[in-house]
Design a protein around this ligand. Sequence first.
Ligand code: ZN
Length: 300
Amino acid sequence: MAKPLSYTLILAFLLAVIVFPVDAKPDTTIVVTTLSVLQDYVQQIGREHVTVTSLISGLENGHSYALKPSDILAVRQAHMFVTIGAGLEVWAKQLVESAQNSTLEVVVTSKGISLLRNTGSIHTKGGKHTFGNPHIWLDPENAKSMIRQITTRLIKLDRANRRDYLANQAEYLRELDTLQADIKRRVKKLPDRRFISHHPAWPYFARRFGFKIVGNIIEHSGAEPSAKHLSTLVQQIKKTGIKVIVSEPQLNQKIPQILSDETGARVVTLTAMPGALPGTNTYTSMLRFNVSTLLETLSP
Ligand SMILES: [Zn+2]
């Protein structure tokens, strides 16, 4: 059972209904996504046939996001709601219930993707449900599966434009194939592919392209590292000669800097969310940016 909404939230919601009607292009499928990466996928496939917005911008932290009354309104007025699932958006269920939109098409894009469980898994309160690591989209092979699900659902809602969706999908999947091959070729030349990561966002990316994540500064979202954990990381970096610490703009920048000051390893800022750094507005430009930044820093 979802918790009943407070009067303040209901009042704010009613005000939002009056003040902010959705500004959709006429005759488009209105899509709301949780994350900016999903917004980009929907835009690539739907193009002129969709009006798509993301609840969370590239710079916000998807794990600790606090729902706003305008989010309920957006989902109430949408045809489709696209999520990652796998425990990432712990607030999505309550959002859908509060929106009371009986015709809403809910897409859980992690469906059918096998999750990595070693690090970064999400544990709900009480430990009843344990999900795997939800950062699936950073492997383009997973992205392809997510994109196919989005295409299928867009066609379900708007059969008249089926050919367009399929053509856009084919073009986008080809672009991802080319990008993936290009990244593999560039990474292959690299003798040292090890890094320390800020939070466990990168295991799918690392597995696909042959990087090695030696340690994480924080193991779960919301957790702060202990002094003991940090001193273990410092020793590990010194002993094994790790050259790179990957920081993320959505998280506290201080701790990666402290580790760098202690060890001489360089901090580089990558993003798992499109739009968080200049030159990362789309999924593909974000992947290129992350790989180029890693290559520059790791190259001998
Ligand atoms: Zn994350």
